[in-house]
Design a binder for this molecule. Structure first.
Ligand code: UD1
Length: 420
C-alpha cells in the first residue's frame, strides 16, 4: 500500500515539462508487434500501465529494453499469440493487443480486459467491427479466440466514436490486403499519434483526427523511432491544481490545441492563460468563479479523463458548477471522498452539482480510480491541513512521480510506501 501525505495551502509556481501520453504510448506499444522489428519510443512515461504492456509484450516473445523514458521493443522473435486472463485484466487497454496480434495474421487468443471501474466498458463495438472484417470469433471459458485468416477489407461504421475500437481496427487492418475504412471514428489526438507511428513504419493510413479513417493494407512494416505526444490529461491536471491551490506555472512540451477545451473552461472561470508555441502559462492569483455547466464529450469536446480533476477544482470556486458526464456512468467516484474534505457535491444521474465552499480541509481519503485519485491530490494541494491520499497505485497507472512534479512546483507532498 502507498499513500501521498499532502500539507495543503502552498502556492504553486515554476516550470514543469509534460511527458509522453499514457493513452498514446499504450496502443503504440501494441502496434510495435506489427513490424516484427525494432521500435524505439522516446518520452515513454514510467507508469504502471506501461509496465503491464511490457509484461504482455515479453509474454508474446518480444524483447523490451527500458532506460529512463526511452523504451525499445524488438518484436522480431514473437512466438506466442495468447495473452492469459491474469495479464489481460490488469488494464482495459490490454484489449488493443488483440488487434495487433491479429494484424500480424492468423489466430490469437486473449482473456477479457480489466481497468478502472468506471462503468460497464464493454467491448461489443470492437468485436462487431472485427466480425464485419471477416474475423472468426469464439468466446468461452473466459477467453476470446479469434482467427483473421479470412480477413476481408470493407467499410466499418462504429455506433459511437470509441477510442479503443478505432485503434484496434487500425492495428488489425494495416497489414491486411485491401482498403478498410472506419466511419464515425474517434478523433482523439492519440489516434493521430498512432497513425503517425504506423505510417513511420510504412503503413498507409490517412484521415486520423477526422471521423473517417482510411487504411490501405501494406505487406510489411519497418523499424521505427518515435517520440510520444505530450500527455494532455497530465497538462490538464497541473492546470486544475493551479486553479485549486493558486499558482503561476509554465507548462513546457504541451500541444495547446489538444487542451483548448480546458484552456477555455479555466479562462471562463477567471484564470489567466497565455500560450506560446509548445508552452503555456497559467496564473491563478485569486479565487476563481464557478464554471456554469460542463459536459464531457468525445474530442474535441471536454475530455472525460479531466472531469474528476475539474470537479475537484470547482469545489472551492465561487458559485455553483454543474457537470454532466456523458461517456462513463461511474465517473463521480471521487465525490464521496471530496465530501470528507468538506466539499458540497450532490450527485444525480450522471450529473454533479458542486456548490463552491471557501476552503476544503485535510482528511484521510482513498483514490477510487486513476483520475479520481489525481482529483484528490488537486483538492489536497488547495486544502487547509494535512490530507492522506491512500490507494495511490491507481494514480501510478497514469502519472509518473506526481509527488515529485508537484514538489518541484512548491507543493508539500510526500510519498509513503507501506508494505504489508
Ligand atoms: C479510452 C481511453 C480512456 C478514455 C476513453 C474515453 C485509452 C487507453 N483509454 O478508453 O482513458 O477515458 O478513451 O475518451 O486510450 N463502449 C462500448 N462498447 C465498446 C467500446 C466502448 O459501449 O465496444 C463505450 C464505453 O463503455 C464508453 C464509451 O463507449 O461508455 C467510450 O469508450 P472508449 O472510447 O472505447 O474508451 P476506451 O478506448 O476504453
Amino acid at each position: 500500500m502507498s499513500a501521498y501525505i499532502i500539507n495543503g495551502g502552498n502556492y504553486l509556481s515554476g516550470e514543469v515539462r509534460i511527458g509522453g501520453a499514457k493513452n498514446s504510448v499504450l496502443p503504440i506499444m501494441a502496434a510495435s508487434l506489427l513490424n516484427l522489428s525494432e521500435s524505439i519510443l522516446l518520452d515513454c512515461p514510467c507508469i504502471s500501465d506501461v509496465d503491464i504492456s511490457v509484461e504482455i509484450l515479453k509474454s508474446l516473445g518480444c524483447k523490451v529494453f527500458r532506460d529512463g523514458n526511452t523504451a525499445v521493443v524488438d518484436s522480431s522473435q514473437i512466438n506466442n499469440f495468447e495473452i492469459p486472463p491474469h495479464l489481460m485484466n490488469k488494464m482495459r487497454s490490454s484489449f488493443i493487443f488483440l488487434g495487433a496480434m491479429l494484424g500480424i495474421g492468423g489466430k490469437a487468443v486473449c482473456g477479457y480486459p480489466g481497468g478502472c471501474e468506471l462503468g460497464a466498458r464493454p467491448i461489443d463495438m470492437h468485436l462487431k467491427a472485427f466480425k464485419k472484417l471477416g474475423v472468426a470469433i469464439n468466446e468461452g471459458g473466459g477467453y476470446i479466440s479469434c482467427d483473421s485468416s479470412r480477413f476481408k477489407a470493407c467499410k466499418v461504421a462504429l455506433d459511437f466514436p470509441s477510442v479503443g475500437a478505432t485503434e484496434n481496427i487500425m492495428l488489425l487492418a494495416c497489414k491486411q490486403k485491401g482498403t478498410t475504412t472506419i466511419i464515425n471514428a474517434a478523433r482523439e489526438p492519440e489516434i493521430v499519434d498512432l497513425q503517425s507511428f504506423l505510417n513511420s513504419m510504412g503503413a498507409k493510413i490517412s484521415g486520423a483526427g477526422s471521423n473517417k479513417i482510411k487504411i490501405e493494407g501494406v505487406a510489411s512494416l519497418n523499424s521505427v523511432k518515435k517520440r510520444i505526444m505530450p500527455d494532455r490529461i497530465v497538462a490538464a491536471t497541473v492546470m486544475f491544481a493551479a486553479s485549486a491551490a493558486g499558482g503561476n506555472i509554465t507548462l513546457k512540451n504541451v500541444n495547446c490545441s489538444h487542451i483548448e477545451s480546458i484552456i477555455l473552461l479555466l479562462q471562463s472561470c477567471g484564470a489567466d492563460i497565455y500560450t506560446h508555441g509548445d508552452s503555456l502559462d497559467i496564473i491563478c492569483s485569486k479565487r476563481l468563479r464557478a464554471a456554469d455547466t460542463l459536459r464531457t464529450m468525445p474530442y474535441p469536446g471536454f475530455p472525460t479523463d479531466a472531469q474528476s480533476q475539474a470537479v475537484a477544482a470547482f469545489t472551492t470556486m465561487e458559485g455553483t458548477s454543474i457537470v454532466k458526464e456523458t461517456i462513463f456512468e461511474n465517473r463521480f467516484n471521487q465525490a464521496s471522498e471530496l465530501k470528507k474534505m468538506g466539499a458540497d457535491i450532490t450527485i444525480g444521474d450522471r450529473l454533479a452539482v458542486i456548490k463552491g465552499v471557501k476552503r476544503l480541509y485535510g482528511a484521510h481519503v482513498y483514490a477510487p480510480d486513476l483520475r479520481g485519485g489525481a482529483a484528490l491530490v488537486i483538492a489536497a494541494l488547495g486544502a487547509k491541513g494535512t490530507t492522506v491520499v491512500d490507494n495511490i497505485h491507481y494514480i501510478d497507472r497514469g502519472y509518473e512521480s506526481l509527488d515529485k512534479m508537484f514538489s518541484a512546483l512548491g507543493g508539500d507532498i510526500q510519498r509513503k510506501d507501506f508494505y504489508e
